[in-house]
Structures are given as C-alpha cells and as structure tokens.
Design a protein around this ligand. Structure first.
Ligand SMILES: [Zn+2]
Length: 500
C-alpha cells in the first residue's frame, strides 16, 4: 500500500437474507471498517448504507449512489465487512469483482474474507465464495419468506383444488403447501424449457416417463370422459410455464360469475385481480419465471429447428436491431446467420445479409465466457471453502431454530397463565376458550416453521450445485449471463450481459 487511498465503506443489512441483526448490524459493520482504515494509509470519505436490501441483486439505492460517486472519481477504493455484504448473487458480484472494479482501477477490500482485489493471491477463491453465497441466499430467503407467509396468513386460497405443484394445507384449508409429488415435475418442466426444449417436446418427455398429468390429479369425475388422461400436451405444459402462482404469489379473482343466476364466467381486467406476493412457498424463483416469460414470447417467432443451439434466441442485428435468424445448409452441416429484417424485405434492400458461420460466432462467445468464469485453480480449493461456508450456514440455521423454540416456550407459559387466570375466575370461560385457541394456533404455525428449517441444504447438495454451475457452459448458464449479442455488417460481435 504505497498510495494513499480515498475509500468509501459499503454497508448492507437484510432480514430477508437471514442476516443476524446484531452481529451484522449497520453500526458493527461501520465500526469494523473504521478500525480497518485507522492503521492504514486510507482516508475514509463516506459510508453508503443499504438497510433492508437483499444481496440477491444490485437494485439497491445506496449501492447505485456509490457507483455514481466512484464514477465521479471521488474515491478509488471500496471496503466492506465481507464479500456477502457486496452481494450474494453469483453473476452480478462476479461482474463487479472481475470487471467493473479492475476496469475503473478501484481497489476492493472485504475485511473478514481478507479479499484484496489488488492482491492476486487472495482473489483465486472468489468465484467459489460468491457462488456459495448466492445459493445460500436463495435457500435462506425461501425459508424466511415461508416463515413470513405463515405469520401473516393474509392470502387465503379459495380454489377447490390447489394448482399443480401445491396441495391445500390439511391443517389450514386456506393455505397452500408444496406438494412433494408434483413439485419435481414443475421444476423439471422449467429446467427443460430453459435448456431449449419446446413445450411439445417437454410434453413428450413427461408422457414417456409416466409423470402424472394435472387432469389426473383432479380426481375420478373429470377423468371419466377423457380418452387419455395420462398424456401430456403442449397446452398443459405451457399453462404451467405461465402460472405465476408458482412464484409464491397468490392470484385470485381472475374471473367472476356474470350474475348469481348464471354459471357463465367473465374474465376480469388484470388490474382488478387480487394479488398477494410472498403468500406461499415459491417453487420457481421470480428470476426464472420472468426469464421463461420472455422466452415464451420470443419462441413464438422462432424457427423451430434451431432451438437447441447455445446462442439461439440471443442474436440481434447491430444495424437494424431486428433478430438474427439461423439457416441450415448442406443438410444441417453448415449453419449460417441472416438478418431477419433483410430476409423478409430482401427486394427492398432495407438491411444487409449479415451472413456468417454460426459455429465461429459460438466459439468466440464461449471463449469469452470461459475467461469470465475462469475456474482453473479453483476446484482444488473448493472443499475447504465449502466447509467454511457450510458451517456458518449451519450456525445460522441453528440459531433460527433456537429462536423458534424460545417463542414456543413463551406461548406455552402464556397458556399456563391463562389457565390459572381461568381457575381464579379472573376471566370468563368464553374469553378463556378464545385466547386458548389463538395461542394454540400460533404454536402450530411456529411448529410448521421449524419443520421448514429442518429440511435444509446438505453439504452434498451444495457441492453438486456449485460443480454444476462451473462444469459447463449450458444454455441455461448462457441465458443467465447474456442478454443479447449484436452482430454488425462487418462481423463485429458485441455482447450485452444480464448484469449491470
Ligand atoms: Zn439488420
């Protein structure tokens, strides 16, 4: 550290991520950063504080303010307590660590992780740590959300049958719980679609692997009149891909009876739907759901025989901004690109052909991405980092469980007091019954919450997920990394990433 650095401290706290509100408190984070700065050649210019913002994305006001500040050259160093304060999202955090900060010559330091972006020996492990933080955040936020939903109980599901992927809670009729039998089918459908399969192909896969259809779940009355209830079709797959309920949002009141005499139903304008976000446990994350909706629209317009190519659906014309299509030549041995606008209007010469070999473009892009994800030395050090993060994750879970137990005991004590009050005839019998039921209900909810936390990620799950992320450039990973690729008339390729 020869230069004197002008630094900013970035501080973040989120209940949603399951942060320990004491040890991670804004005050403690600031103290740690102040201490760190004290015995070094660093001038701390100011703090940027995001209180109540998840690390799962970068849509945070103080973070954006900080980036603005940095771009005005007001500081050349960013300090956080640890990497997870910067972000828990694998791709976004990687972008800042590996691209944004280096390109802007900004030094980034994470105190507890001993991470220094100017010291290459400390940076090797970063992609792994960030990846694990990402998974950890998803798991925790799922649990916190389901805890919230149980507590509030504001959205009651009034349908007669739960939608595919859920069951009506036998203890609490208005609530939805995840159906262990159909949840994996829902997830499989989304995975296959993201990997490039069409709805028709997915239906075929589900039918041959004998997965139960939504119709079959509805019971005997409805199946009676159907020829083949066990056969999936592309409409039923599409309905699941478009079902926003799977993200944990309760949507009701889409239609209503025309009048009390008529059974005919009328469709209601979307703005009058009853929508309760975070109502029940999500099976599909909001990000994945939105990605799929975008793809569903795109695919309608797409040539059906290029669906499995890595870059299909991502290529655009730099000059006219329309999509770039793919053409198969020599019985599919050669694939070439063409500007779709040019193709449609070739006589008017509105754009030019943009004729290139697809394989070459794919190679250039995958090379770029490999560099981005650079993962060479990392696998050896994986185990150690895994254990470290897994342990801290277990400690947090344990703390949450102890907290729930404490609350349960508190309610049990209240029950005792209530009982004594009734014996002493301080309260009426009706009041006693009413209060007793309230307290027992609360205890039941807490017990349910505890159950959610006991089915936590295992070390093996974590290992499998991280190696999956790093192992290959799947269509899924590419779609998460790249928003669009533009090809110019002269063959220049511009990549626009999903992050930033
Ligand atoms: Zn064009």
């Amino acid at each position: 550290m020869d230069n004197i650095y002008k630094a900013v401290g970035y501080v973040r706290l989120s209940r949603e991520d399951g942060d320990n509100l004491e040890s991670e408190s804004i005050y403690n984070q600031k103290q740690l950063i102040k201490q760190f700065v004290n015995d070094r050649n660093i001038i701390l210019k100011q703090f940027f504080v995001d209180d109540g913002f998840s690390g799962g994305n970068f849509n945070r006001p103080a973070f954006k303010e900080m980036i603005n500040y940095l771009e005005k050259d007001q500081a050349n160093m960013v300090i956080t307590k640890d990497l997870s304060r910067l972000g828990r999202d694998y791709i976004g955090t990687g972008f800042y660590l590996e691209h944004y900060f280096p390109e802007h010559r900004i030094r980034y330091y994470a105190i507890l992780d001993c991470f220094d972006s100017f010291d290459s020996t400390t940076t090797d492990m970063t992609p792994i740590k960030v990846g694990l933080n990402d998974m950890y955040a998803k798991d925790i936020s799922k649990k916190v959300r389901s805890a919230l939903y149980s507590k509030k109980r504001h959205g009651f599901y009034t349908g007669s049958i739960a939608c595919f992927g859920y069951l009506k809670d036998p203890l609490n009729k208005g609530l939805l719980i995840v159906d262990p039998k159909t949840e994996p089918i829902v997830k499989l459908i989304y995975q296959l679609f993201i990997n490039g399969k069409t709805t028709g192909e997915i239906a075929q896969i589900l039918t041959t692997s004998k997965k139960p259809t939504p119709i079959m779940r509805m019971g005997n009355n409805r199946i009676k009149n159907l020829k083949n209830p066990a056969i999936w079709n592309s409409q039923s797959v599409r309905a699941i891909l478009q079902n926003e309920m799977l993200t944990g949002t309760l949507i009701q009141g889409k239609s209503q009876n025309v009048s009390y005499k008529s059974k005919k139903r009328q469709y209601i304008n979307k703005k009058n739907w009853i929508i309760c976000p975070n109502n029940h446990p999500a099976i599909i994350s909001r990000d994945v759901f939105n990605l799929v909706q975008k793809r569903l629209i795109k695919r309608k317009h797409r040539n059906s025989n290029n669906k499995s190519l890595l870059l299909s659906g991502l290529l655009y014309c730099f000059e006219c901004h329309s999509t770039i299509g793919l053409q198969y030549r020599n019985n599919g041995k050669l694939i070439t690109t063409v500007c779709n606008y040019y193709k449609k209007n070739s006589k008017q010469k509105l754009c030019s052909a943009h004729y290139y070999h697809y394989d070459q473009i794919e190679k250039i892009i995958t090379n770029k991405l490999q560099l981005l994800l650079n993962d060479n030395k990392i696998k050896n050090q994986l185990n150690q980092a895994l254990k470290q993060i897994f342990n801290s994750y277990q400690i947090k879970l344990k703390k949450i469980k102890t907290d729930i137990n404490k609350k349960i005991n508190l309610y049990k004590k209240k029950l005792d007091i209530l009982y004594e009050d009734r014996l002493d005839e301080i309260i009426s019998y009706d009041f006693y019954l009413k209060k007793k039921k309230e307290i027992i209900d609360e205890i039941e909810i807490l017990k349910l919450n505890k159950m959610q936390y006991s089915s936590s990620l295992t070390l093996i799950d974590l290992k499998a997920k991280i190696s999956l992320i790093l192992s290959s450039l799947s269509k899924d990973l590419i779609a998460r990394l790249i928003n669009r690729i533009e090809i110019s008339e002269l063959g220049e390729i511009r990549v626009f990433y999903q992050f930033k």
